[in-house]
Design a protein around this ligand. Structure first.
Ligand code: FES
Ligand code: FES
Length: 126
């Protein structure tokens, strides 16, 4: 199975790798795992006035999982959290031309951004 050029590009030059300060009130953290393969993805966002101003990820996983998380961090910067919550794994899979066996890698990225937003909202509620 061949990886698409976009997967290889994100895999070789991942965008926004790193961490944000978890204790920061404005930061939401999502950590999700894929039962199918054991890969783990951490995605963090920083939010100001309901807009995502910063996004970072760390992924222990396959090339498609790394590419999916890298792509999502690019997409969400500048988005409102309500918008970012609507991102579907199918959009990620389409953008990266993922084959069927790699669809769960994009699901991981959708789950991770949703988890990060949920964490941010929980924190805000205090
Ligand atoms: Fe091996 Fe995802 S299954 S890295
Ligand atoms: Fe499991 Fe990609 S996340 S193979």
């Amino acid at each position: 199975m061949a990886y698409s050029d976009k997967v290889i590009d994100h895999y070789e030059n991942p965008r926004n790798v790193g961490s944000l300060d978890k204790s920061d009130e404005a930061v939401g953290t999502g950590i999700v795992g894929a039962p199918a393969c054991g890969d783990v993805m951490k995605l963090q966002i920083k939010v100001e006035d309901d807009v995502i101003t910063e996004a970072k990820f760390k992924t222990y996983g396959c090339g498609s999982a790394i590419a999916s998380s890298s792509l999502v961090t690019e997409w969400v910067k500048g988005m409102k959290i309500d918008e970012a919550e609507q991102i579907k794994n199918s959009q990620i899979a389409e953008e990266l031309s993922l084959p069927p066996v790699k669809i769960h890698c994009s699901v991981l990225a959708e789950d991770a951004i949703k988890a990060a937003i949920a964490d941010y909202r929980d924190k805000k509620k205090g």
